[in-house]
Design a binder for this molecule. Structure first.
Ligand SMILES: [Zn+2]
Ligand SMILES: [Zn+2]
Length: 395
């Protein structure tokens, strides 16, 4: 399906590093790029690794308060003087030298992807270090300093885009992006996540649908802990494609946090790599069916650094390149050797968890007594009428 894919990249993207012991270790991005490279994905004729540069102050100010940007600079210059009122220098977001530059580089990479897709230089873009969806206009939150997906969306609106859809499959609610476009009907945000009753950031319920000018343009699917492949894919397909088909975005922006995996140490869903890969393929298809093929994909959360993240996002890159990696593929020798020598742990041997995801399609019926179906119904009932989709609601 793909004609061309760009990956904005600079080695400085791995300087976004909160230090030893912090879950968001940049090794996950490094291992992803190494795995994608060794599988030959970066050498495909339709794939280009492009230069990324840091977002400048005016770009960051599309979404962030200028005094917050100044605070990030200040704390990065002098990490011994944190600013907890802005979420800087607290355990979730420890201060580190150069944190402004590192975070601005991630923002710049994701916006470079948006620029390539909007200009037509490439059909798709993947910003693997991006997806920092919790950052708020005036505060860092949940390991996120600058909100690169929101910046990419704001940049697209500034260029004249009238409809941008954002789909966030991270296990955590995409609260920062939702908040930033809460009152803006030009941006449809959809977040599918473990319910905030059990997980950070504690928000993202079905009845949270957007401000009065944009009711129905914030969409939240809040899943019970333990939801695994078939339930997750059932909920995703029951809500996401009908909305995209109706909204018809000019660009699809997606966030691919892979912390929904059963092995992720920070959350409680039960997905396999194979379900994650299935959702990436679906989003790719939706980009072509509903968004003219314009697709900007970002990374996101994911804290199983060796077993999960590199394989998940390598599948994302392969999918976006139009060269999906067959699940039975063995991980390359060279990559395995690097994992063993650099980290001293055993790497996964194949690009699959061995699962074959299947799900019961919503159109074939649902059970209001089932916990997952109840949650899906709550989301559908909250937002479908605003999009003229009331006819799809079961009685
Ligand atoms: Zn494509
Ligand atoms: Zn997450």
């Amino acid at each position: 399906m793909s004609r061309s894919l760009v990956l904005p990249w600079d080695d400085a993207l791995t300087t976004y590093d909160f230090g030893p012991g912090h879950p968001l270790n940049p090794v996950r991005v490094d291992l992803t790029m190494r795995l994608a490279r060794e599988l030959g994905l970066l050498d495909l004729p339709n794939v280009a690794v492009i230069h990324a540069e840091p977002a400048d102050e005016d770009l960051l100010a599309l979404v962030h308060d200028r005094d917050y940007i100044a605070a990030v600079r200040r704390v990065g210059d002098d990490p011994d003087r944190p600013d907890p009122s802005r979420g800087l220098g607290i355990p979730d977001n420890p201060a580190f030298p150069g944190m402004h530059d590192a975070a601005a580089m991630i923002a710049g990479a994701t916006v470079a992807g948006a620029r390539a897709v909007w200009s037509g230089a490439a059909e798709h873009a993947v910003s693997v270090a991006g997806g920092l969806h919790h950052a708020m206009p005036g505060a860092a939150s949940g390991f996120c300093i600058y909100n690169d997906p929101a910046l990419a969306i704001a940049w697209l609106l500034q260029q004249g885009a009238e409809r941008v859809a954002y789909v966030d499959v991270d296990v955590h609610h995409g609260d920062g992006v939702e908040r930033i476009f809460w009152d803006d009907p030009r941006v449809l945000t959809v977040s599918i996540h473990e319910s905030g009753r059990y997980l950070f950031p504690g928000t993202g319920f079905p009845q949270d649908v957007g401000g009065p000018p944009a009711e129905g343009y914030a969409v939240n699917i809040a899943l019970p802990p333990g939801t695994a492949d078939s339930g997750w894919l059932r909920a995703f397909h029951a809500v996401v494609p009908p909305l995209l088909a109706e909204f018809r975005p000019e660009v699809l922006v997606t966030q691919h946090g892979c912390d929904s995996h059963v092995l992720d140490p920070l959350a409680h869903l039960g997905l396999t790599l194979d379900a994650q890969r299935t959702s990436y393929a679906a989003l790719h298809r939706f980009a072509h069916e509903y968004a003219g093929g314009r697709w900007l994909a970002c990374g996101g959360g994911g804290y199983e650094l060796v077993e999960v993240v590199p394989r998940a996002w390598t599948h994302l890159i392969g999918e976006a390149a139009g060269a999906p990696v067959p699940p039975e593929t063995e991980t390359p020798q060279g990559w395995r050797a690097h994992v063993v020598t650099s980290l001293g742990v055993q790497p996964p041997r194949r690009m699959t968890d061995g699962a074959t995801p299947r799900w019961a399609d919503w159109a074939e019926g649902f059970d209001p007594a089932d916990a997952l179906d109840r949650d899906v119904l709550a989301t559908q009932r909250a937002v479908f009428p605003a999009h003229g989709l009331a006819g799809l609601l079961g009685s």
